[in-house]
Design a protein around this ligand. Structure first.
Ligand SMILES: [Zn+2]
Length: 391
């Protein structure tokens, strides 16, 4: 009798386990995404101003859409970016950044590198098994996904990796406003797995900017949200030099203030901060100080202002426009752009189709049409025309 109860109990547990696994693999990843990549404002009826659709090059410096198990060639009613929504928003160019490891309990104050949520996500998405254990594998896998979407898009979307490909794209897009493009960046150099040699693999995969750290300190340098928040390590300095040789731009988003100082001391290359806010408007550990803003400006760098609350201390286009105004006044209107952090496991003001609201908010900040066109994308275009490798 007891044996029978025990056997039945075990059978029940096995059935429940199988059911859990089916639900986990079928819905786990998209359920997580739906609950995390949310918006303040649903963009069902956005009014574009009379000249929005004639802005020649709308662009954004930072989006984590490749982290999720969502076919970017199809329009979705969740998440922030996909190719059809980019087309709707007259968007010419989006940098797709690779998130390869994030800590449990992620926060902007202090995180260790001991836990790895992206490992669980890659398991739930049933990615190749090597991705569960290697951050390099899963980062390169995400890079490949962008080419996969480009193939699937039948010419509507392409990947930019050089000045030549960008110039050709500009010619083609003049004739066809329905074209969109992307470029690859890394969010955290920990996916180099402690080897400068691995930089070449990411260069070959098309990665053209790299944020040295993400939410935790790594082999290369200190994060603004790490345990120690130190500067560059000796290996980190070596990496900075190697990146410069290959024309891979350094992204200082998420870097600790000491890391930013060390990068400024170790390279003269133009620098990016792909998605940020500024302490002058929104004081927190996440955001950029005036001193750093001014130094990056002097080197003809580019500041991408975010579309979420921690970056701009507000939940609408007006808040983002206010921070953009601050940067433009401090270092010049040629050095500020959008760095939305779309699909970065955050609540943004709206998805990509809400960008007309940014244009309206910039008009309220008294920017001219010419300046708005720079901020909305021409600055990004010109930065990469100057700084991408020739071919
Ligand atoms: Zn980020």
């Amino acid at each position: 009798m007891i044996t029978k109860i025990l056997v039945n109990g075990l059978k029940l547990i096995a059935v429940l386990l199988v059911l859990f696994l089916i639900l986990f693999f079928a819905y786990g990843s998209s359920f997580f995404e739906k609950s995390t990549n949310t918006v303040t404002l649903k963009t069902t009826d956005i009014k574009k101003n009379s000249w929005y659709d004639s802005i020649p090059f709308i662009a954004d410096l930072h989006c984590d859409a490749l982290l999720w198990n969502r076919d970017l060639t199809k329009k979705h009613n969740y998440g922030h970016v996909d190719i059809p929504r980019m087309q709707e928003a007259n968007m010419a160019f989006q940098v797709f950044t690779i998130v390869s490891k994030t800590p449990r309990g992620i926060n902007i104050e202090q995180n260790s590198d001991k836990t790895d949520n992206v490992a669980i996500l890659s398991f739930a998405q049933m990615q190749p098994w090597r991705n569960w254990f290697s951050i390099k594998s899963r980062a390169l896998w995400q890079c490949n996904q962008l080419y996969h979407y480009a193939d699937k898009s039948e010419g509507k979307f392409r990947v930019i990796n050089s000045r030549k490909t960008l110039e050709q794209y500009l010619i083609d897009r003049k004739k066809n406003r329905n074209l969109t493009a992307g470029m690859l960046g890394l969010e955290g150099a920990h996916c180099l797995e402690n080897s400068v040699e691995n930089l070449k693999d990411f260069y070959n995969a098309g990665v053209r900017y790299i944020g040295l750290t993400h939410f935790f300190d790594n082999e290369w340098g200190g994060s603004a949200h790490g345990m120690k928040k130190d500067g560059l390590t000796a290996k980190g300095i070596l990496l900075v030099h190697e990146m410069e040789k290959l024309h891979i731009t350094i992204d200082l988003a998420h870097a600790s203030p000491k890391t930013i100082d060390d990068v400024l001391a170790n390279t003269t290359a133009p620098l990016l901060v792909s998605h940020t806010g500024v302490k002058g408007i929104c004081e927190n550990r996440r955001n950029l100080s005036d001193a750093h803003l001014i130094e990056i400006g002097k080197r003809n760098g580019l500041i991408g202002i975010g579309l979420w609350e921690t970056a701009v201390c507000g939940t609408d286009a007006a808040a983002t426009a206010k921070s953009i105004r601050y940067v433009a006044d401090k270092i010049g209107v040629d050095k500020v752009a959008l760095g939305s952090d779309f699909d970065g496991a955050i609540k943004t003001h709206f998805d990509v189709t809400g960008l007309p609201l940014i244009v309206a908010a910039l008009e309220k900040e008294k920017f001219s049409r010419a300046d708005i066109e720079k901020i909305m994308g021409a600055n990004i275009r010109d930065f990469f025309l100057r700084n991408l490798p020739e071919e």
